[in-house]
Write a protein that binds this ligand. Sequence first.
Ligand SMILES: [Zn+2]
Ligand SMILES: [Zn+2]
Length: 361
Amino acid sequence: MSQTMRSIVWHGPGQVALEQREGPSPGPGEVLVEVLYNGLCSTDYPIVQGEVAGSWPGMILGHEPVGIVLSLGEGVAQPKIGARVVLDTMIGCGSCRFCQGGHSELCAHSDEIGFSLHGNWTDFAALPAANLHVLPDAIGDLEATMLEALTCQLGAIEALDVRFGETAVIIGSGLAALTFIQLLRLKGAGHVAISMRNYAERIELAGEFGADQIVCDGDWGALRAHAQVRADEGFDLSIDAVGTQETSLAALSLARRGGRVLLYGLRSAVIDGFPLGETIFRNLTLFGRTSAPWMWRPAMDLVVGGAVRLRPMVGEVVELEDVPGLLTGSRERGGPLKRVIRVRGKQRGGICAYHRDVEVN
Ligand SMILES: [Zn+2]
Ligand SMILES: [Zn+2]
C-alpha cells in the first residue's frame, strides 16, 4: 500500500497531531488490517503526558482496534482475508520461558503495540497475525474495542483469587471499576462496595452491574458500615481503579489485616509517599497488574454468553480527527464512559444512551 493515511501521532508531553503517513504493507508474519473502530483508553492519557516508559516522540498512538483483514503477509495462513479481528498488544520475544508459557506480559524483552511500538489510530495497520483474535459474530464492533481492557481486568481479578462470600471494595468510576463489579459478582464475592464520583449514569450502571453499596466522593466512613467489614475492620479485597496518591492510599487503608490490595489505576504513574510500613505491619498483599494476554478466550466467551456486559458502557463515538483535542484538552469529569473512535466504520457520532444497545451493521 503506498497511498497515505490518517494517523494520530505523539510528539512529546501534551503534543498530539493528526498527520498523513504512508500506508503500511504487511511484512512476513503480518496482515494488513482496515481499522473500523478503535478505543480511547484511559492509559492513553498518561502516555500523552509522557508518564509511561517506552513511548517515543513520532510514535503512532492507539491500541484497541477492531478491523477487517485486507491482505496477508508472507507465511501467514490465519486469520483469513475478510476476518473481523481484535488485537493482543503484547509482543514478547517468543522464546523465553514466559512467552512459551503464554505470559508475554512477563517477558523481559517485550514490547507493546501503542505503548512502545507504533499504535493503530490509523486507517490501516500492519499487525502481527499471531496477535490477532477473530471476533465472534455476537460481539459488536463498538464493544469489541473494550475486549483488550477486559483481558487486563480478568487477569487482575483472577490474581486476587476471590473466595466465595468475601467482602470487596472498589475505588473508581471508570470502565475498569464498573467491570470489576461484574467480575467480582461472577467470582462469588459476598459484598461488593464501590466508592465513585457523583456521576448519575455511572452510579446507575454500578447498581445494574450488581454493586451492593455505592458511596460518593470518598465517603470512606460509610463504606465501613457493612457488618462484616466493621467486624473485620476492613475489606478482604480492596481495589484502586483510579491510580492517584489519594485513591491508592485509601485502597490500602480500606483493606483488613491480611487483606489483598489490587493497584490497577494509572491516572498518575508516579505515586510518592507509599506507606510500605503499613503493608508490612498489617500483613497486606499487594497486586500490580496490567496485561493478561492469556485471557482473550475467556474474555470473548464471557461477553458472548452475556456474563460480562460491555455494551452499556459505550458512551460516545468520536471521529479520528477529534482525538488530538480530546487528549490534550482538559479532561472533563463524568463525561461519556467509553469513547470509541470511528475510523472507517459506519456508525457515526453522538452520545449513545447508556442503557440502549448500540447496534452496528
Ligand atoms: Zn488500554
Ligand atoms: Zn519472552
